[in-house]
Design a protein around this ligand. Structure first.
Ligand code: RUB
Length: 326
């Protein structure tokens, strides 16, 4: 029997809610939070039979995976943590999940450190980077460059509608990096003062397309036109296995209220009943590989067109159902 919603541990419910409402956000952080929540579910499970334990873990995985559709780090994390759930006693299954979660979370930190060191090699002393949104993978490159004794400055795009650029600015200022904060529309003007566009990714497709916060693709096209290299920092956790078999990545559409407050809407609509106004809020976009100079991972930096080779090596012929499905 499949576990009901009530069998999902409150910690999993809370993590799922925080991910959906973006209290927890950013692809790597979401993955880490999901792995942590799954380990709490496993640790505190009262299931007395392997099938009941598996059903609980499946329900928890499903609850988490359904929160946000674009960052593949989330299903990749759940798949990793639940990968050893074949056969065995409840205790063996529990140990497998706990070990998997710990291994995953340690691996994530290590991958980010390694990626940061590789990305830092692209930055020279005195360089200025332009950032979009808030990416821990991208910032790890800046942090490693600072550790190497380089001076780096940043032009930080505000990133409407949720203004994650403020988080980036705060973090960079904590490291004493000089920051110029600009509205998104000012980006092209400031590209002339930029040495690298440096962004993260929610998913990397097999053809080297980069799926990241809405606005990344426009920035990349403008950067190409100005001759500024675009560097994408994305650990291999962001590689999307389904894209190897032709699937496209779902772009999350978020609440219109993130774009337009109710009073603003009333102002626009005036006496009109409001039928003619549509607000759309896509959270991510797709940057084609030809606008990207390098994808920096923990395994080295790659031109986007060659990413598929690394994906084949990592995923092989991975087929079949997901651990959160029956
Ligand atoms: C965050 C975003 C980030 C990537 C990479 O979007 O687009 O650039 O997730 O982040 P949101 P990281 O704020 O909607 O989650 O490098 O930290 O994984």
């Amino acid at each position: 029997m499949e576990a009901s919603e009530s069998e999902v541990h409150p910690t999993v419910d809370a993590a799922a809610e925080d991910i959906a409402t973006m209290e927890i956000r950013g692809a790597a952080t979401i993955a880490d939070a999901a792995a942590e929540a799954l380990s709490v579910q496993a640790d505190e499970s009262a299931a007395d039979a392997p099938e009941a334990f598996r059903a609980e873990m499946r329900a928890a995985g499903r609850r988490l995976v359904e929160t946000r559709p674009t960052a593949v780090s989330l299903p990749n994390a759940i798949r990793y943590v639940l990968r050893g759930m074949e056969g065995g006693s409840v205790e063996a299954l529990r140990a497998s999940v706990l070990d998997g979660a710990e291994e995953f979370r340690t691996g994530l930190d290590q991958a980010q450190d390694n990626l940061g060191r590789i990305g830092a090699n692209r930055l020279r002393d005195g360089d200025t980077v332009m950032t979009h949104c808030h990416s821990t993978d991208a910032l790890s490159c800046v942090e490693a460059a600072l550790d190497q004794g380089k001076d780096v400055s940043a032009i930080v795009k505000e990133t409407r509608p949720r203004k994650q650029g403020h988080i980036t600015a705060r973090e960079l200022r904590e490291w004493d990096v000089p920051v110029t904060l600009v509205v998104d529309n000012a980006a092209r003007r400031y590209l002339d003062e930029t040495d690298h566009v440096l962004v993260g990714a929610d998913s990397i497709a097999a053809d080297g397309s980069v799926i990241n916060k809405i606005g990344t693709s426009g920035l990349a096209v403008n950067a190409r036109e100005r001759g500024v290299p675009v560097m994408v920092a994305a650990q291999t956790l962001k590689f999307h296995p389904d894209t190897m078999t032709g699937h496209t990545v779902e772009i999350e559409m978020r609440d219109e209220r993130e774009v337009l407050a109710l009073d603003e809407e009333v102002e626009i609509n005036g006496d009109d009943g409001g039928d003619g106004l549509t607000v759309e809020n896509p959270a991510f976009d797709v940057t084609p590989p030809r606008y990207v100079d390098a994808i920096v991972t923990e395994r080295g930096q790659f031109p986007p067109e060659s990413i598929v080779t690394l994906m084949r090596e990592l995923f092989g012929d991975q087929q079949g159902g997901e651990p959160w499905e029956e």
